[in-house]
Design a protein around this ligand. Structure first.
Ligand code: APR
Length: 229
């Protein structure tokens, strides 16, 4: 039984047509993080924030899982391996590709959260500032996304999986944002083999034992094929 922890980022969904963050045409080129991805930005202008995520939710719903998502789903459902699939992404393409369990450390576009009472419920496709929390009744509805300055979800579970893994694989992430960017150092410290699959070297490339660079829809299925002899 091989225990594999896989971390994915926006790059795995790029070939499904979803924008990444830090490419030349990235989301952070035409939106300021402080305006649309912080609690302070939401307090200042909730309409702008809800619109930003309404557009991303519509794009995610219209997108299809690609060969990389499907290859990881095949690996995650194979009983000969224990795969912990962690994603920074807030789309649902891993689930729609058939991955049995996905740890969304930055939340999900398809979840809603009350900024006042922290109640959670499935997000409507379009969230409006006039929406009322189903629990406390206040107009404080936000997407259940982890914003800058907020704690990512499921960290204890991720760190426990990293400690007992045989292999850590990072796919489609630039390695710019912690704590995910620190997983490779944690894995190396624990003596775990590390592999980077990305379009180009990430910020943390030098920490990986091995790296394969190219489009995810080619290099991820090729890597998975080496696992299934
Ligand atoms: N195949 C493989 N990798 C790709 C592809 C592709 N087709 N296209 C882009 N990439 C790579 C880029 O080279 C880059 O290294 O995906 C990475 C995307 O990096 P970012 O845009 O920084 O996205 P990500 O690393 O997921 O960002 C992490 O930052 O803004 C926050 O919360 C947000 O979860 C996000 C976090």
């Amino acid at each position: 039984m091989t225990r594999i922890v896989i971390l994915t980022g926006a790059g795995i969904s790029a070939e499904s047509g979803l924008r990444t963050f830090r490419a030349a045409d990235g989301l952070w080129e035409d939106h300021r993080i402080e305006d649309v991805a912080t609690p302070e930005g939401y307090d200042r202008n909730p309409g702008l924030v809800l619109q930003f995520y309404n557009e991303r939710r519509a794009a995610a719903a219209a997108a299809e899982p690609n060969a990389a998502h499907k290859a990881l789903a095949r690996l995650a459902t194979d009983r000969r391996h224990q795969v912990t699939l962690v994603t920074q992404n807030v789309d649902d393409l891993h689930e729609r590709a058939g991955a049995p369990e996905v740890i969304h450390m930055h939340g999900s576009l398809f979840g809603a959260l009350c900024a006042r009472c922290r109640h959670r419920w499935p997000a409507p496709m379009v969230m409006r500032t006039t929406d009322l929390c189903p629990d406390c009744g206040h107009a404080t509805c936000r997407p259940d996304i982890v914003w800058f300055g907020e704690m990512p979800h499921h960290m204890e579970r991720i760190e426990a999986a990293l400690r007992r893994a045989d292999l850590f694989v990072s796919i489609g992430t630039s390695g710019n944002v912690y704590p995910a960017a620190g997983f490779v150092a944690d894995a190396r410290h624990a003596g775990i083999e590390t592999l980077e699959l990305n379009l180009e070297p990430s910020v943390g490339s030098r920490f990986f034992d091995r790296a394969v660079h190219g489009p995810a829809t080619r290099i991820v299925p090729e890597w998975v094929a080496t696992i299934f002899p």
